[in-house]
Design a protein around this ligand. Sequence first.
Ligand SMILES: *[C@@H]1O[C@H](CO)[C@@H](O)[C@H](O)[C@H]1NC(C)=O
Ligand SMILES: *[C@@H]1O[C@H](CO)[C@@H](O)[C@H](O)[C@H]1NC(C)=O
Ligand SMILES: *[C@@H]1O[C@H](CO)[C@@H](O)[C@H](O)[C@H]1NC(C)=O
Length: 388
Amino acid sequence: MGKAFSSICVVLLYAFLVLGRSAYAKMINFFVFGDSTVDTGTNKYLNFTKESGANFFPYGENAAEFFGKPTGRFSDGKVVTDFIAELANLPLIPPYLKPHADLSYGANFASAGAGILEATHKGKTLALEVQVNLFVEFQEKLKRKLGSVKSKEIFSNAVYCISIGITDYKAVFQGNSKLQLSKPSDDLVRIVIGNLSAQTQVLYNHGARKFLFMSLKDTGCMPGMRLMTNDGSCFAPATYLTEYHNMALEQLLMGFASKLVGFQYTLFDQFKFINARTQTPIKYGFFDGLNACCGCGRFRGLRTCGRNNPKRYHLCRNATTHVWFDSFHYTQGVQRQAAETIWQGKDHLIRPRPLKHFFMDETSQVRHRKQGKAQIASTLGFALSKSI
Ligand SMILES: *[C@@H]1O[C@H](CO)[C@@H](O)[C@H](O)[C@H]1NC(C)=O
Ligand SMILES: *[C@@H]1O[C@H](CO)[C@@H](O)[C@H](O)[C@H]1NC(C)=O
Ligand SMILES: *[C@@H]1O[C@H](CO)[C@@H](O)[C@H](O)[C@H]1NC(C)=O
C-alpha cells in the first residue's frame, strides 16, 4: 500500500516537472534565407521554373536518413542548416512553400540560384527580397493565429540564418576572364551589400534579433572556377570579389550591432574554413580537395552532375573522401564540419560568438521527439512507399 502510494507520488512529481517545464520552456525557431547553399527543396515548389533545383540523382545519394533519395539539396546528403537544426535539437526545417508543411519550428525560404539582387536569375528563383516578403506573410498568419504577444516572443527569440551572395557575382566571374578589377566590381559589391542591408533591416523591423550570416566561400577556388585558369590555380578575380564582399559584410554587421538596439549577429568565416579544407584536405579527413565528386571536365568543374545523359558526367565512388560534391557545392561531410564549427566556435572562424549561445541563452530548448521515418518522409515531401 505504502509502496503503491509512493510510486503514485513519484509519477505525479515527474509529470509535474516534465509538464511544468515544457509549458514554460521556450522553443527557439530557426528561419533560413539564401541560395543553393541552404535550399532544402524550395525550388521543387516553384511553378514558374523546372530547372533550378537538384531534385535528381546523384544528389542526396548518401543521406540514409533521406532514404538515399534526392530532396532538392545541392549535396550528396544534408546541407549545413540541417546539421545546425540537429545540433539545436530541432527537427528538419521544411521549405516554407512545401504544401501542408509543419512550420512550428521555423521555415526555410532559401531558393537555389537566388541572389541578393532582384535581377540575378530573374524568373528562375526567389530573390532575397521575395524570400523576406514570404517571411512577412508567414509572420502575419502566425500573428492572427497566436496573437501578437505570443508571436512577438517567437520571432524575437528565433535565429535567422542568411547564406546568399555568390550568384550575384557569378555573372561577372563567368563573363570573361580578363575582368578589370576596378570600379565596376567595387560598385557591384556596394550595391549588393546595400540591398542585403535593406533586407536585414526589414527583418529587424519585423522583430528579428539573432542573425547568423555566412560569409562567402572563396569562390575563386571552387572546381567550377579553377577550370578557368590555365594552370588550375584559383581564379583571382573571383577571390578578390568575395574577399571584398566579406569585408564589407562584416563592417555592415558591426554597424548594425552598434546602431540597432538588440541586434545580435554571428558571422561564419566560410572563406578561411573552406580554403583550409581545399588546401590540406587530409588534415580534415578528406582525400581530395581539388576535384569535385560529380561533374565532368577538368576538376569535374563543368556542372553536368546528374543532368541529361548520365554518361556525360563522372561520379566518384565515394563522396565522403571529397571536399566538393559538384563544381560549386560541398559534400555533406564538409557541411557537417561547417555546422559543428559554427555551433562550437571552432578555430576562431565564427565571430563574435559561437551559434550555440543563440539557442541556449533562453530556458533550455525543449527536446523534441526524434522524428520517425514517416515524419521525415513527409517533411521531405516524399510519399512513404514500400520502397523506403
Ligand atoms: C503553384 O501552383 C499550385 C497549383 O496551381 C498552387 O496551389 C500553388 O499555390 C502555387 N505555388 C506557388 C509558389 O505559386
Ligand atoms: C539595390 O539594387 C539595385 C539594383 O538591383 C540598385 O539600383 C540599388 O541602388 C540597390 N540598393 C541599395 C540600397 O544599394
Ligand atoms: C568511403 O570512405 C570512407 C572513408 O575512407 C569509408 O569509411 C567508407 O567505408 C567508404 N564507403 C564506401 C561505400 O566505400
